[in-house]
Design a protein around this ligand. Structure first.
Ligand SMILES: CC(C)(COP(=O)(O)OP(=O)(O)OC[C@H]1O[C@@H](n2cnc3c(N)ncnc32)[C@H](O)[C@@H]1OP(=O)(O)O)[C@@H](O)C(=O)NCCC(=O)NCCS
Length: 180
């Protein structure tokens, strides 16, 4: 990874606006969605075991972040994906699993190993034996990265209420796979 950008624990609640600005550029968010996401992120960060890492330039600019938490079957995300995983006989992935809730890197800083460093560092710190996440169900840099780290499809064409595009749910054993 580029050595002038540091990946380290970050107080994401204090930097939620910076994080959402990165997400808006990387993923695309409307002003309305930013306002809604702000509340959701702040609530997520209060969950037991929630953990966040930031990628920061020497000037202190946040250019990437990841956060996640031990999965809880009562959380909204888990209740949406559960029937899809159960239909494929793999809903046990919802237990003893660290869920990656968001991962985003500023477009000007993509392709330098920052995303890989964020997700491998946060999962290395998890005590669970596996990790799960969802990504828009298209071929994308995110899907390519997740596969390279050992994530495999657990369910596809998963529909979240209010999200226009279907998602894939992916799971990987921890620690994540490293390249040769
Ligand atoms: C997904 C994302 C976080 C990756 O961050 P990044 O810092 O650019 O990723 P890295 O430089 O660490 O790349 C790691 C791996 O990702 C994959 N990858 C990265 N860019 C890719 C591309 N354009 N096409 C295919 N695979 C790609 C490769 O496997 C790459 O490994 P390699 O460099 O050894 O080939 C970033 O692209 C992003 O923010 N995308 C938009 C937001 C998003 O989709 N977030 C995920 C929501 S589920």
């Amino acid at each position: 990874m580029e050595h002038d950008v540091e990946v380290a624990p970050v107080n994401l609640a204090a930097r939620v606006d910076d994080a959402l600005a990165v997400q808006a550029l990387a993923f695309g968010l409307t002003e309305d969605e930013i306002g809604i996401r702000r509340h959701i992120v702040l609530r997520h960060l209060l969950c037991p075991g929630a953990h966040a890492l930031g990628a920061t330039t020497p000037e202190g600019r946040l250019v990437g972040f990841v956060y996640g938490m031990p999965n809880d079957r009562t959380h909204w995300w888990s209740t949406v994906v559960e029937p899809y995983l159960r239909g494929n006989g793999c809903d046990d992935w919802l237990d003893d699993s660290f869920v990656i809730t968001e991962l985003h890197v500023h477009p000007a800083y993509q392709g330098r190993g920052i995303g890989r460093s964020l997700i491998t560092t946060i999962t290395d710190g998890a005590s669970q034996p596996r990790s799960i996440l969802s990504a828009i169900d298209v071929e994308s840099p995110a899907r390519g990265l997740y596969r390279a780290l050992g994530y495999e499809d657990l369910a596809r064409q998963v529909l979240f209420p209010s999200a226009p595009k279907p998602y894939a749910v992916m799971g990987a054993p921890l620690p994540l796979m490293r390249g040769a």
